[in-house]
Design a protein around this ligand. Structure first.
Ligand code: ADP
Ligand code: G6P
Length: 455
């Protein structure tokens, strides 16, 4: 179960409704896993006040949980995305703490726990996903002591000093301790959690095991998530995709280098820092619009949360300024697209890009980096990657950057553009080899196996 179902219900211009794939990395990773298993996906449809019966879509059985307009405002936009999201991402913007939001978070988590308790067979495995549902494990255990409960956090788990700001820190730790296994993206996150168990809850820990007073053991471990590697590579290899990628290159004026950014429009992604770096390279004439064009695709996200509105305005102002100074008629320096694309269009964009620029200030994993690598079947292309993304643990051959260091980022982008093909090929090959051996199905198998490990 996750806050969101893998599909969103959307209104069409003619007033009818349709289903569309939901945004974000959680859905990208889990949809192929769930298509290969039987079992239900419990979650919200993305619209307020919608009560729907369970239904099947794309080989998955989906069980909707209703959120009222008030739940959306307080639990989803409020506590999940204006308290937890910034707190867990290194306080890039200030988290807000409101008691009303917390109360709604508790109530909605209870609703999800009840939905899981209703849907699960005897002794079933229930896998709870992400920061929106951290109280569910303990609530569900009380309702259904027979089920095995796994929890996976897709985003970072913060250092203990930051977590300590949370007024309801004890309740959140108690909620997570209801699971048999708590999975994180990086080993450091698992040790932050174990440290809190020791220092704030007085629990004994040994290796990845946390000992509870009732003799139960909770394990906390890293399971770096991945993608369905073959899916996007398969699309990338289609002749239509190659043709579309060539067409895109023509459309942006056939430059020597296309640089690409693909993100939800989120302040954690470092979009502003990367565009500033690009703009300064143009200012300093280290590159020009004839040899380098930036395509930035930014999917709209959480648009009613204040910090996301502020970000959108800032990015649009910056793009306008850079294009005004450096663009030519028909050739803007930055092609900025505030839209969501199909998988085919996405694969073509990745194929068209000579340099993927993935520079989050903090990111649990970052699947865009993995998607780019999966489409480079001919070992071409360069990946510029932030050290602060989980993916940097695995892609040591990427051009690693600190996105806070604009000068360093400028030098690395230029370096990525100027590195010769053979060297790029060696780096890409190594990354592709790693990715091929660490597919999302391997991730799911490892997690589920650990959930059943008794030793
Ligand atoms: P997050 O989970 O924070 O959104 P990830 O990089 O892990 O970040 O995952 C983002 C997912 O959303 C990827 O599968 C990516 O392809 C997809 N995505 C991002 N931007 C767009 C877009 N404009 N159109 C379609 N899909 C997008
Ligand atoms: C990230 C989070 C997911 C979330 C997704 C999209 O991937 O880890 O839990 O679903 O972003 O965000 P949204 O708020 O639109 O669900």
């Amino acid at each position: 179960m996750a806050n969101r179902l893998p599909v969103d219900r959307i209104e069409m211009p003619d007033g009818s409704t349709a289903w569309r794939r939901s945004p974000g990395g959680l859905v990208t990773a889990l949809a192929p896993v769930m298509q290969g298993h039987h079992g239900a996906w419990i979650g919200w449809t993305g619209s307020a006040d919608e009560k729907l019966d369970p239904f099947d879509d794309n080989g998955m059985h989906l069980v909707p949980v209703m959120l009222s307009a008030e739940d959306v405002q307080l639990y989803y936009e409020g506590f999940s995305n204006a308290t937890l999201w910034p707190l867990y991402h290194d306080v890039i913007v200030a988290p807000e703490f409101h008691r009303e939001w917390w109360e709604s978070y508790v109530a909605v988590n209870r609703r999800f726990a009840e939905a899981a308790a209703d849907a699960a067979d005897d002794n079933a495995d229930v896998w709870v996903h992400d920061y929106q549902l951290q109280l569910v494990p303990a609530m569900l255990r009380r309702l259904r002591p027979d089920v095995r409960i796994g929890f996976f956090l897709h985003i970072p788990f913060p250092p203990t000093e930051l977590f300590a700001q949370m007024p309801w820190r004890r309740q959140i730790l108690d909620g997570l301790m209801g699971a048999d296994l708590v999975g994180f993206q990086r080993p450091g996150a698992a040790s932050n959690f174990a440290r809190l168990a020791r220092n704030r809850m007085g629990l004994r820990t040994r290796g990845d095991r946390i000992h509870l007073p009732d003799d139960r053991i909770v394990r906390a471990k890293a399971f770096p998530i991945s993608i369905d590697v073959n899916e996007l590579e398969h699309i990338a290899r289609q002749p239509e995709t190659t043709a579309r990628a060539a067409e895109m290159r023509q459309e942006v004026g056939n430059p020597t280098h296309i640089l690409l950014g693909v993100d939800r429009l989120d302040y954690t992604k470092g979009i502003r820092q990367r565009l500033r770096a690009f703009g300064e390279l143009l200012d300093e004439k280290r590159i020009s619009v004839d040899n380098a064009v930036f395509i930035q695709v930014a999917t709209p996200s959480r648009e009613r949360v204040e910090q996301y509105r502020v970000l959108r305005d800032e990015i649009e102002l910056l793009v306008g300024r850079i294009n005004g100074e450096h663009g030519r008629i028909g050739t803007p320096a930055i092609n900025y697209l505030h839209t969501s694309y199909s998988r085919t269009e996405m694969a073509a964009l990745f194929r068209a890009a000579d340099v993927a620029v993935v520079t989050p200030l903090r990111d649990g994993m970052n699947l865009v980096a993995k998607e780019y690598v999966s489409t480079r079947y001919d070992d071409t292309g360069a990946l510029v990657l932030s050290e602060f993304a989980g993916a940097a643990d695995e892609f040591r051959q990427a051009f690693l950057v600190n996105p806070h260091d604009i000068n360093g980022m400028k030098d690395t982008i230029v370096d990525a553009m100027n590195t010769d093909e053979r060297q790029l090929g060696r780096r890409m090959k190594a990354m592709r080899k790693h990715l091929a051996a660490h597919d999302v199905n391997v991730w799911a198998q490892n997690f589920l196996k650990a959930l059943h490990d008794e030793d």
